[in-house]
Ligand binder design. Structure first.
Ligand code: IYR
Length: 278
């Protein structure tokens, strides 16, 4: 089979492709449609540390992927638990915040957070995400007005009694002042197949992981976030000037919490309720 730059021959670790598929079958499965070559930049630009070979080149009779040396994290084993614990201590203080201060977000933070989000693994390395950062007050005002219109429908008609009961401990309603008071709102879109974009795979999983990294980075930088999910989200395309192949998935207000901000008294499940070892 001819080798072509840009042909997908790497398999992201999140793929559940059957290990029993032989290499030719995998190549067929992953070769079409072609991702733009720009998704697989040359070795010097490539930071795709999550990509792995399907086979070592010397044992592979078929085409082999372009590879670069892994830049492994070098954490001494004796420090691993402490590193994990200290990251947990930071992340365990993250809370969804609904009261924001007008204090501006320091320069560069949003860019680093989006860069970090965009390091997420994605199905076939398609990177099916777009982060639209809104800071213009008029744009945020329009966003709030449109989101509140959807939410009024949700709270008065669409939501089941069961759903409303589940939301009661959060104290949410159709009012979304944070969409204006937060100094920035990041609207996250899934990017589907379009005139200039390839078909994505595992889109929700990929974008969900990216948003997790976004929230973690912003929290680490001292900023508060809210993961807001108005439904339906089609109105986001017009406000964010995005084409129809992009679908709004998350609305993330970002900023410093208001002085004296309070959050619901929620308890996280302990380890034995979320982890099973076999
Ligand atoms: N989108 C509504 C309702 C809502 C739904 C869930 I699931 C939440 O965890 C919180 C709210 C709203 O934003 O109010």
């Amino acid at each position: 089979m001819a080798t072509r730059k840009g042909t997908r021959r790497l398999e992201p670790q999140m793929s559940n492709a059957s290990p029993s598929l032989d290499n030719r079958a995998r190549t067929r499965r992953y070769a079409a449609p072609l991702a733009p070559a720009s998704l697989f930049p040359g070795p010097r630009m490539c930071s795709a540390a999550h990509m792995v070979r399907t086979t070592a080149p010397s044992q592979n009779s078929g085409p082999s992927p372009r590879t670069v040396p892994l830049r492994p994290m070098t954490v001494p084993a004796a420090e691993a638990e402490e590193r994990a614990r200290s990251f947990h201590d930071v992340m365990s203080r993250r809370r969804t915040v609904r009261d924001f201060d007008s204090r501006p977000i320091p320069d560069g933070v949003l860019e680093w957070a989006v860069r970090t989000a965009a390091t997420a693994p994605s199905g076939a390395h398609v990177q099916p995400w777009r982060f639209v950062v809104l800071t213009d007050p008029e744009r945020k005002r329009r966003l709030r007005a449109a989101a509140e219109a959807e939410e009024r429908e949700f709270y008065s008609r669409r939501a089941s009694e069961e759903w409303l009961a589940a939301l009661a401990p959060l104290g949410t309603d159709a009012h979304k002042p944070f969409l204006e008071t937060a100094p920035a709102v990041i609207v996250v879109f899934e990017v589907h197949k379009g005139p200039h974009t390839p078909r994505p795979y595992y889109t929700k999983e990929s974008v969900g992981i990216a948003v997790g990294l976004l929230l973690a980075t912003l929290h680490q930088a001292g900023l508060a976030t809210l993961t807001h999910t108005p439904s339906p989200m089609r109105f986001l395309n017009e406000i964010c000037e995005r084409p129809p192949e992009e679908r709004g998935a998350y609305v993330v207000p970002v900023g410093y919490p208001a002085p004296g901000a309070r959050v619901p008294d929620l308890v996280r499940k302990p380890l034995d309720q979320v982890m099973t070892r076999l």
